[in-house]
Design a protein around this ligand. Structure first.
Ligand code: ZN
Length: 143
């Protein structure tokens, strides 16, 4: 099976910031939005209809943890969440922090048109990933 997301687990894990039994969380490399995380199921499946009971039960606490970490690290005005599974048919949810200074054109559904380049700079990526990892570790210890 050829799946880009499954392949990510085997290769470069430099942008991974948290994992548990059912979910992996990584920082997106698609845009320059710092704190843009992607929550991915460990097991290959298309969507929540194909997720197991255990994966569904774990999803709520996991996405809650991820959103708290985004709020604490980048202080966004909103956090957008959505799952499309079009270009990568493997269950994953986008968590996109939207700052108060976001231009009107990209607010709400406009976020889909947000430019993919430039991405977060190579220098900034390890820093934002380290901050996210530390925050997620702290939050998961608190429970
Ligand atoms: Zn997959």
């Amino acid at each position: 099976m050829h799946c880009t997301i499954c392949k990510l687990y085997e290769n470069d894990r430099s942008t991974f910031v948290y994992e548990n039994e059912h979910w992996l969380l990584r920082h997106s490399t698609e845009t320059n939005l710092e704190g843009y995380l992607i929550l991915e199921s460990r097991r290959h499946c298309l969507d929540f209809a194909e997720a197991s009971e255990a994966e569904l039960a774990s999803y709520g606490p996991t996405i809650g943890l991820a959103m708290k970490a985004i709020k604490n690290v980048v202080q966004p005005y909103r956090i957008y969440t959505f799952s499309l599974a079009e270009s990568m048919p493997h269950l994953h949810v986008h968590l996109i922090p939207r700052g108060e200074d976001m231009p009107r054109a990209w607010i709400g559904r406009g976020i889909m048109a947000y430019p993919l380049t430039p991405a977060v700079s190579g220098a900034a990526m390890p820093q934002i990933c380290a901050r996210m990892k530390a925050e997620l570790k702290k939050l998961s210890l608190i429970g």
